[in-house]
Write a protein that binds this ligand. Structure first.
Ligand code: SF4
Length: 351
């Protein structure tokens, strides 16, 4: 049993004035904790090979129609060293679960970036051998993003989410125990997801040793067995984001591009109004990103211009401090300061 205030189903399904009030409260908590700045990172999607077979993802190994690629690390390094937008302080290196790309692309890329830039480096590369995690850290990455996807192990197995639920959670604990900063997250609105299951995601998220947390709307992905399932309501995702912010004011929460797929043109900015304090500019080379099929072939690419316009429209400014430096500053004597231990958790009113 954790000590945090978990959301009720009523809060997660709220609309109208009640919903506005929750979102405003979440935005206020974010501003009092992080000010008006938002972290700006870039993402580069270095490989769409994946050995996993999640039913909700177009990059699953059984999708034989997908043209697979691995980026050239020299090309991505050149792009990030010489052509990245000025506002970018961090880069997230992302791929399907592809250990070959980790060894042949991610590791040399991280070493080069570490040597030639002061970018904070995060990775989202799936479940790997412990030795590979250590090599990534040694090369200069500091933040691992490993979403737990859903807190119900039965549903996790039914949807063939990566590995097993138990293994995923064990790897999250391993990463935290070996000095990584860590972000995780879950999917809202999955087919068959009950309210109890949705709320269990909050309970698990509160208890895991995380620095950041995200929630993604379920998007019925092209070329997946769930392609004809209903798109989840963006309001559910936004309410989850607000509830996460109220539950753990100290964590970094991204506004993710899928919000714009769930609510075209509005979702992303609504995320920034609902407690998010991290944005992501997609710098994957244009000839590759069409095949990074997490959701739809017709992707909504968050360019620098779109990101900076969205931030400015919400009265926010890019952070000059990198996410990596922010997390580093949260550590005392090399140990992560858990806000629960520090007694600094803001207790929201019971929703
Ligand atoms: S969600 Fe991740 S692990 Fe699952 S198939 Fe897609 S890329 Fe692979």
């Amino acid at each position: 049993m954790n000590q945090f205030v978990l959301p009720t189903a009523e809060l997660l399904h709220s609309r109208g004035e009640a919903q506005n009030a929750i979102h405003e409260r979440a935005a206020q908590v974010t501003r009092s904790r992080f000010g008006h700045t938002v972290f700006v990172r870039a993402v580069v999607e270095i490989s769409n090979f994946c050995r996993e077979n999640c039913l909700y993802c177009g990059m699953r190994r059984n999708n034989r129609a997908l043209k697979r690629y691995r980026a050239k690390h020299e090309q991505i390094a050149d792009l990030l060293i010489h052509h990245r937008p000025e506002s970018v302080t961090d880069v997230n290196i992302q791929a399907g679960e592809d250990p070959v790309a980790v060894r042949e692309v991610a590791l040399p890329l991280i070493r080069t970036l570490h040597q030639h830039t002061d970018l904070g480096i995060s990775v989202c590369l799936g479940i790997l051998d412990h030795a590979l995690y250590a090599q990534l850290k040694e090369a200069g990455a500091t933040l691992y993003i490993m979403k737990f996807e859903m807190a119900n192990p039965v549903h996790y197995a039914e949807l063939q989410a990566p590995g097993t639920f138990e293994k995923r959670i064990a790897h999250i604990h391993h990463l935290a125990a070996t000095g990584w900063n860590l972000s995780s997250g879950f999917i809202a609105g999955l087919p068959g997801q009950t309210d109890d299951e949705l709320i269990k995601n909050f309970s698990l998220a509160a208890d895991l040793p995380l620095d950041g947390i995200s929630v993604s709307p379920f998007i019925p992905g092209d070329e997946t067995p769930l392609s004809s399932a209903p798109l989840s309501d963006v309001n559910l995702t936004l309410n989850c984001m607000a509830a996460l912010r109220l539950m753990r004011p100290d964590r970094v929460i991204p506004s993710i591009s899928a919000l714009n797929l769930a609510d075209p043109g509005n979702g992303y900015r609504r995320g920034l109004r609902t407690g998010a304090n991290l944005v992501t500019i997609n710098l994957t080379p244009s000839e590759l990103r069409g095949d990074y099929l997490l959701y739809k072939r017709d992707r909504f690419i968050m360019t620098e211009e779109r990101i900076l316009t969205a931030i400015a429209a919400e009265g926010l400014i890019p952070s000059s401090q990198s996410l990596a430096d922010f997390y580093r500053a949260k550590k005392v004597n090399g140990k992560h300061v858990d806000q629960r231990q520090a007694g600094a958790v803001m207790k929201p009113e019971a929703p």
